[in-house]
Design a protein around this ligand. Structure first.
Ligand code: SF4
Length: 426
């Protein structure tokens, strides 16, 4: 989401103010730090980064702090770091060309409606592009700061999305990644009168765009994984058969404490339905370990889901309290001991690595359609290779010959090393 927001700001600055990108901070007239606040560590780094840029910048250059930390800290950022010239919240990115002219501007409203703002795609996005389909989130997960930084959920109108997607395809894009906090809740609210449409309808409309080869999205919410959505996912040939389904915990008790709105049984039921429709589907997930009150038994439930689903990719973290969230106010005696949480995370990740290498062996001999995303020429005795992702999200390296970025090839998996896959064009 932040990458997409950065693209929007860069595009606006290029088109309306004549800025160009530089990778040398000492030459920049404007330095933007686009922040994340989902976890604690990147937020802690913000002030040391501001300090570094303040030393490096040339006289008169401006520093702006954008994104989610900007949303929830607002003017405190300028109080703490006077070298900052403006603060621009995550829901206000289209105001970038205004705030650069207003000394010490602070624009952090989370009610601002950016959903009908027409962005000009000025950046060369290559073969893959990100497309925001909604802004904000209506959920109230106990640990999550996002509703406080990005505000209420609002969907971007279908006609704007189709126009932007077509423009991307005209510029050479082959794969679009749809973004939203809960993509499969698309259509829940528009800023104006808008014909009723849900996420399945949006996928179907995007699928009609000529020249668009692949559609991916992140993230759907398990609660909204109804049969209509799963059937469209299975049926639509342009929708890649890989999906991120955030689990967070395998324990129904912890899911309730997290206010996730589903149970372990519901999650597994949806996965079973999905696998019955798309047996080769690739599934990734997020898991938080050590959430307050998580017992050994609760953690075993998480291990049980890992065993049953056998995720292709796992993003796993130890719980850390975030400001403005419900769980941040819970008493210390509900917290899980740091060492216990660390051991649980290590066990979860170790078992996941084993699953990956067990499953990689089963891939040998399978044939996938692979979109080439990267090539490396032979160098200094190293063999050159091309690599790309299969429809179900697996990264495959091809050593036999060089291919062009953007090509879609039939590739047979011939070898694996741990969880890594190697193949040849067939
Ligand atoms: S669904 Fe929950 S975790 Fe996801 S953005 Fe919304 S509040 Fe945060």
């Amino acid at each position: 989401m932040n990458t997409r927001d950065s693209d929007h700001m860069i595009s606006e600055l290029e088109k309306k103010e004549g800025y160009i990108l530089t990778d040398k901070p000492s030459e920049a007239d404007l330095i933007l730090i686009n922040t994340c606040s989902v976890r604690e560590k990147p937020e802690r780094k913000l002030f040391s980064e501001i300090g570094q840029f303040a030393k490096l910048k040339k006289p008169g250059a401006k520093i702006g702090v954008c994104g989610c930390t900007a949303s929830h800290m607002g003017e405190d950022i300028i109080k703490k770091a006077p070298s900052v010239d403006f603060v621009l919240g995550a829901r206000n990115v289209s105001k970038i060309t205004e705030v650069i002219h207003r000394p010490k501007a602070v624009e952090v409203s989370i009610d601002y409606d950016d959903s009908t703002y027409v962005y000009d795609i000025a950046r060369n996005t290559g073969i893959k592009a990100l497309l925001n389909i909604s802004i904000g989130c209506d959920k109230k997960c106990a640990y999550c700061i996002v509703p406080h930084t990005r505000g209420k959920e609002i969907s971007i109108p279908l006609d704007l999305l189709l126009r932007e997607a077509k423009k991307l395809v005209d510029n050479g894009v082959k794969e679009i990644m749809l973004l939203g906090q809960n993509v499969n809740n698309y259509g829940v609210r528009f800023s104006d009168k808008h014909p009723k449409i849900n996420f399945s309808g949006l996928l179907s409309e995007l699928g009609k765009i000529e020249g668009l080869k692949r559609i991916r999205f992140t993230s759907p919410h398990p609660l909204h994984m109804d049969d209509e959505f799963l059937e469209e996912f299975a049926r639509n040939p342009k929708v890649c058969k890989s999906i991120h389904i955030p689990l967070q915990s395998g324990s129904s008790k912890i899911l309730k404490a997290m206010r996730r709105g589903y149970t372990k049984e519901w999650y597994l039921d949806r996965i079973n339905r999905l696998k019955s429709l798309v047996p080769e589907v690739g599934i990734s997930t997020d898991i938080i370990v050590g959430f307050p009150t998580e017992s050994n038994e609760d953690f075993e439930d998480t291990m049980d889901v890992l065993e049953k689903v056998r995720f292709d990719t796992l993003y796993s973290f130890i719980y850390s309290p975030r400001p403005h969230t419900e769980s941040a106010s819970w008493s210390d005696d509900l917290m899980v001991d740091a060492k216990v949480a660390q051991d649980r995370l290590a066990r979860l990740q170790a078992r996941h690595r084993e699953i990956l290498s067990e499953d990689a062996k089963k891939e040998i001999g399978k044939i996938h359609n692979v979109l080439i995303e990267n090539t490396k020429e032979a160098f200094d005795g190293m063999r050159g290779f091309s690599e790309g992702r299969s429809d179900n999200g697996r990264l495959i390296k091809i050593f036999d010959s060089m291919h062009s970025i953007g090509e879609i090839l039939r590739v047979e998996v011939t070898k694996c090393d741990g969880g890594s896959l190697f193949g040849r064009v067939c």
